[in-house]
Design a protein around this ligand. Structure first.
Ligand code: ADP
Ligand code: MG
Length: 224
């Protein structure tokens, strides 16, 4: 009986994900069809419609590319990487987006901390969490990336000065397609958790004392 139950539970998770994907893709398609029909009928405001249609297509593009990332098998490509270098790369990538909102990003930690990991996957994790931090902050401020080793674990804290995650939704973060953003995909935290778990690490979300939240990532540490 136990076996049957496990199997049906697995099915329902796949089913849930499939239903989510269908829903997320169907909505933009419905709206695309509607706008195409309007254009076919020869309406004015064409420029406006084109813009909306491009937005909808971009939304579908980001959903499909994030889903492709999930379905990629975990290749065994772990190498020793210097964490502060990975963090620097990611900071460079997101620098423009941050400075547009007058947000500065600072890193605190030693110049050298070797971690055995898949470089591109851990970069993806850092991008997902840092992007969320930037998106959460409406006012100028600082995002701090603090990394250190404790109890044989590498800890990376990304500390923002946004409004924080409301208590009533904090448990839903990481659920596929859960988003509070108008054009969010709701896949970033799910992918982040999955990558960290594949590395035998974890993600914890905490409230800061004053304001904002801390997303804490852990990875196993061992001497080079
Ligand atoms: P998306 O960014 O596409 O919405 P994510 O999985 O990355 O999807 O995040 C899910 C939700 O978690 C966000 O929509 C937001 O409500 C919440 N969230 C994530 N990071 C933060 C943060 N730093 N501060 C406040 N809320 C956050
Ligand atoms: Mg996100």
């Amino acid at each position: 009986a136990e076996e049957v139950m496990i199997r049906s539970e697995k099915m329902s998770i796949a089913g849930q994900l499939a239903a989510g994907i269908a829903h997320e893709i169907r909505n933009p398609m419905t709206s695309l069809k509607g706008f195409l029909q309007l254009l076919q009928a020869g309406v004015n405001h064409k420029e406006e419609y084109y813009k909306i249609m491009i937005d909808e297509i971009e939304k579908m593009e980001s959903i499909t590319s994030e889903l492709l990332f999930i379905s990629k098998p975990m290749t065994n490509s772990k190498e020793w990487e210097n964490l502060p270098e990975l963090i620097n790369d990611v900071m460079t990538l997101l620098q423009q987006q941050a400075s547009l909102k007058n947000i500065s990003i600072s890193q605190e930690g030693s110049d050298r901390l070797d971690v055995n990991c898949d470089r591109s996957q851990i970069k993806q994790v850092l991008i997902n969490i840092l992007k969320n931090a930037i998106e959460a902050m409406d006012d100028p401020g600082t995002i701090t990336i603090h990394y250190y080793v404790v109890d044989q674990m590498v800890v990376i804290d990304i500390i923002d000065e946004g409004p924080g995650v409301p208590d009533d939704i904090i448990h839903r973060l990481g659920e596929p397609f859960f988003t509070t953003k108008p054009s969010g995909t709701g896949l970033g935290i799910m992918i982040t958790k999955q990558i960290l778990n594949r590395h035998n690490g974890d993600l914890t979300i905490m409230h800061n004392k004053k304001w904002g939240s801390t997303f804490r990532m852990t990875l196993p540490w061992s001497e080079t």
